[in-house]
Design a protein around this ligand. Structure first.
Ligand SMILES: [Zn+2]
Length: 81
């Protein structure tokens, strides 16, 4: 009989640890609350999201920082009629 182990598929991209914990910090009201960030249980790095924790680093894709639709008018189409 197959036994299932509850084991996360994810692991730290840096140290391959399979555990993490939410970062708890004191908010403006003085109450402890989760910041939405996560700390790796292995290397103790802090990540902005779980995805950032497990997702392998990739070369940053080049994207133009400003996309201007107005500069993308297919003015040549007017001559295709
Ligand atoms: Zn780690």
């Amino acid at each position: 009989m197959a036994t299932f182990k509850t084991k996360t598929l994810y692991k730290c991209r840096d140290c391959a640890a399979t555990s993490y914990q939410p970062v708890i910090d004191r908010g403006p009201s003085g109450a402890l609350q989760a910041t939405g960030q996560y700390r790796c249980g292995g290397c103790r790095n802090i990540f902005a999201s779980i995805r950032a924790w497990w997702e392998p680093r990739r070369n940053p894709e080049f994207k133009p920082s400003v996309f201007q639709p107005s500069a993308f008018q297919p003015s040549s189409f007017s001559g295709l009629r």
